[in-house]
Design a protein around this ligand. Structure first.
Ligand code: SAH
Length: 490
């Protein structure tokens, strides 16, 4: 199986930069062993004007069978010979996608130290896949690639050129062309869509495939019109995984719609505060209140759940009392920004060992969240639909169970004090609800009761005698007898 990637260039921006971007030198033919055979990378042309890299995977049909995964769909009993004689060596399938991601892993992530400025820029690209199995036909190929900005040429391959009356095979020759995409984007499209079109994954689909799909789909899958088909085929039609992926994509979409507004609202709040002799912005007051409560609790290892763009993580890092800080968010985009802002890649080893960011959804229990001293949910709960709140409650209070949990949320009563907020409006387009002090207390008391915690309430921002503070914070502390018992059991 085989594909080529070409670009064109000028003397100032030579096409041979493709070699830097792919991390493969144009003058060398290189081979790599992968789980299913040898992958070769070679260039058929390489000058300033044009450069073409080819990826060729020599599938080891015997290895494929030994691994017990060459049977194809259903593993029919008469498939003994079909195990060895099948299209796998020739057709671009999930095997090629796996080879692509292992041979071009840095390029797929958009990492290029030699030409960092080019890695992030769209470039002229032409990708050709001579034999692509296309379940769903040329029409589906178009529906998958065209919304991503590709000009698509798809020619059906005849079953046998000597006998045109036999009609077409299920293979097509695919050419994708664009100058609006980065190389990393192009590779990620292929990584997901080759197996989708082949629709016969060679390996068992485990639950980390959902993570892989969301990572490779970052920036394009949440808005793709064929998202459901892509997700379901990529996950080999395992409905539970497909449902999880679809839900997480929906959350990503909402969170991203969101993020772009987060700064706006903080700025708006700041601008508003400016009329009153420059007091500290509310977002900063919130952060200070959280850090003070964490210090009082004696926590050293802290989770920031729904960390957004990492402002709190950043502040916690400055305080030596916190030895380990983990930011979790459902939005890959928010995490990318957080990582850039924290300069994670340039941090010294000591600092870097104190901080971690990962993607996850609070609507699902997650063992990675266990064993911390404290968890912060700063302005997060109001982003979930009310019916999902019990799932978040279980993830945090039922499963992760840190000794201290801090939850902040807007106090809706205070909204009448924001001059720029029209009456009856919430503060943020994505807030699913905003609670009165009474409503928040009722929820928090019940949560504490159900899970063996005590809870206290702390106002954040000016505590108005009539309507209360703009932000309300609940400080949950696990009952000491429960804590002792659990600490002993652990
Ligand atoms: N904690 C930050 C960001 C609040 S905005 C702050 O105080 O400024 C809400 C954040 O919650 C967003 O980054 C959004 O992506 C995240 N979020 C929303 N639903 C989530 C979920 N189900 N799981 C994890 N994070 C979620």
């Amino acid at each position: 199986m085989f594909l080529t990637i070409s670009t064109t260039g000028t003397p100032e921006r030579p096409a041979t930069d493709l070699g830097f971007l792919l991390h493969k030198h144009p003058e060398k033919a290189q081979a790599f062993s992968t789980s299913y055979g040898r992958a070769h990378v070679l260039y058929s042309e390489a000058d300033a004007g044009r450069c073409t890299a080819a990826l060729l995977l020599e599938v080891d049909a015997v290895a494929l069978v030994r691994r017990g995964k060459g049977k194809g769909r259903g593993g029919a009993p008469d498939a003994a010979l079909a195990q060895y004689v099948n299209d796998r060596p020739y057709a671009a399938s999930s095997l090629l996608a796996v080879a692509l991601s292992s041979v071009f892993s840095s390029a797929m992530r958009g990492v290029c130290n030699a030409r960092p400025e080019r890695a992030g820029q769209p470039m002229p690209l032409r990708i050709e896949v001579p034999a692509l199995p296309a379940r769903g036909g040329p029409e589906l190929v178009r529906r998958l690639f065209e919304p991503l900005g590709w000009a698509v040429t798809v020619d059906p391959v005849a079953l046998d050129v000597r006998f045109p009356e036999w009609g077409d095979s299920r293979y097509v020759r695919l050419v994708l062309e664009s100058d609006a995409l980065t190389l990393a984007e192009g590779l990620r499209h292929l990584y997901v869509l080759l197996p989708v079109l082949d629709d016969a994954k060679h390996y068992w689909v485990a639950s980390d495939e959902v993570d892989k799909l969301l990572r490779a789909g970052e920036g394009w899958l949440p808005d793709h019109p064929e998202q459901k088909l892509i997700t379901s085929r990529y996950l080999s039609r395992r409905w539970s995984l497909t449902r999880e992926a679809m839900e997480r994509l929906e959350l990503v979409r909402l969170a991203e719609a969101d993020d772009s507004e987060v700064e706006d609202i903080d700025n708006a709040v700041e601008a508003e505060s400016e009329t009153e002799e420059k007091p500290t912005p509310l977002a900063v007051q919130r952060r200070d209140a959280i850090i003070a409560a964490l210090r009082t609790s004696g926590a050293a290892r802290v989770l920031d759940l729904g960390c957004g763009q990492g402002q709190l993580v950043h502040a916690l890092l400055k305080d030596r009392a916190f030895t380990e800080i983990v930011g979790v968010d459902v939005s890959m985009r928010a995490l990318t920004i957080a990582s850039r802002r924290l300069k994670l890649d340039r941090m010294g080893e000591r600092q870097a060992s104190r901080v971690q960011l990962f993607q996850g959804s609070l609507a699902y229990t997650d063992n990675r969240l266990k064993g911390y001293d404290a968890a912060v949910l700063s302005e997060v709960i109001e982003h979930l639909d009310l019916p999902r709140l019990p799932a978040l409650e279980y993830t945090v209070f039922g499963s992760a169970r840190p000794r201290t949990v801090l939850v902040t949320t807007p106090n809706v009563e205070y909204n009448v004090r924001w001059e720029t907020l029209p009456a009856g409006h919430v503060r943020h387009g994505d807030h699913r609800f905003e609670w009165t002090r009474e409503e928040f207390r009722t929820w928090a008391d019940a949560v504490a009761q159900r899970h063996g915690y005590g809870v206290e309430f702390v106002p954040v921002g000016p505590d108005d005698p009539e309507v209360g503070p703009p932000t309300q914070m609940a400080v949950f502390t696990m009952n000491s007898t429960v804590h002792k018992k659990e600490a002993k059991a652990a």
